[in-house]
Design a protein around this ligand. Structure first.
Ligand code: DGL
Length: 268
């Protein structure tokens, strides 16, 4: 495998840029191709079949660009389409998702603990986190709550203000999450409200920023397979299946710096 081949990262839209940013911070030499399926967002309310079909289309784009790794930077797509995508891609690229690294993290640090999870309806209703943590056999109790208002709220720029505070408080107050010792931010949009969530728990609950855990797991995979790019990165593309000025403006809040989106329609 060519070490300078890009890392392909995809999400339903621009939320996965939080993961892409964590990846570029930890792996500055890596070439990156990001694909945000803005024409079909949100994935969180879609059926598994629809998400699978979109994910395969996106993988074709990333495979054409000879990506060495395809990272599904979306919890909803990781829940609904990871197994299918892995089978489809076969040996052409390594496929990673944003759920397994978090489950491994729980395995190492949270045996015998009660953990909360918030995410989209698709992610929470799939029960994927519970199935995977149960398989660890580490006596981890998982309490999950779908929080569907949070992703659109963040996309509309409502974070770090009183509106987001009252929505976050309402959700976290839910009896389902009582007694948790850590909370998984099971949606790639949520790193943007991590500070507000931490403020709500006043240091009593660890808030797990999954983008950093995922980037570290990618690093470990590349390092242990001699796939790290030793040359300087020369390629950064950020494709979206539907382009609007508002997506372009929002990239800054998710990626932390202004980037240029390129329109790449999926169906033509
Ligand atoms: N980025 C998606 C996730 O991590 C949430 C947004 C959506 O519903 O498309 O689940």
């Amino acid at each position: 495998m060519n070490t300078s081949a890009p890392i392909g990262i995809f999400d339903s839209g621009i939320g996965g840029l939080t993961v892409a940013h964590a990846v570029t911070r930890l792996l500055p030499n890596e070439n990156i191709i990001y694909f945000g399926d803005t024409a079909h967002l949100p994935y969180g309310d879609k059926s598994a079949a629809a998400i699978q079909a979109y994910s395969i289309k996106i993988c074709n784009v990333l495979l054409q660009q000879k990506c060495k790794v395809i990272l599904i930077a979306c919890n909803s797509a990781s829940a609904a389409a990871y197994e299918l995508v892995r089978e489809y891609v076969g040996s052409k690229a390594k496929v990673m998702n944003v759920i397994d690294p978090v489950v491994q993290f729980l395995d190492q640090h949270y045996a015998h603990k009660t953990i909360g999870l918030i995410g989209t309806k698709q992610t929470v209703n799939s029960n994927i986190y519970r199935k995977k943590t149960d398989l660890l056999g580490k006596d981890i109790t998982l309490k999950s709550l779908a929080t569907p208002l949070l992703a659109p709220m963040i996309e509309e720029g409502f974070f770090n203000n009183t509106i987001s505070e009252s929505i976050i408080t309402e959700y976290l107050h839910n009896a389902t999450l009582e007694g948790i010792e850590a909370l998984i931010l099971g949606c790639t949009h949520y790193p943007l409200i991590k500070k507000q969530i931490e403020a709500y728990y006043k240091g009593n609950v660890s808030v797990l920023d999954t983008s950093e855990i995922v980037a570290k797991s990618l690093y470990d995979y590349l390092a242990s397979n001699q796939l790290l790019n030793s040359l300087q990165a020369y390629l950064r593309h950020f494709y979206v299946s539907d382009y609007t000025q508002s997506f372009e403006t929002s990239t800054k809040i998710f990626f932390g710096e202004q980037i240029r989106l390129e329109h790449y329609p999926l169906w033509e």
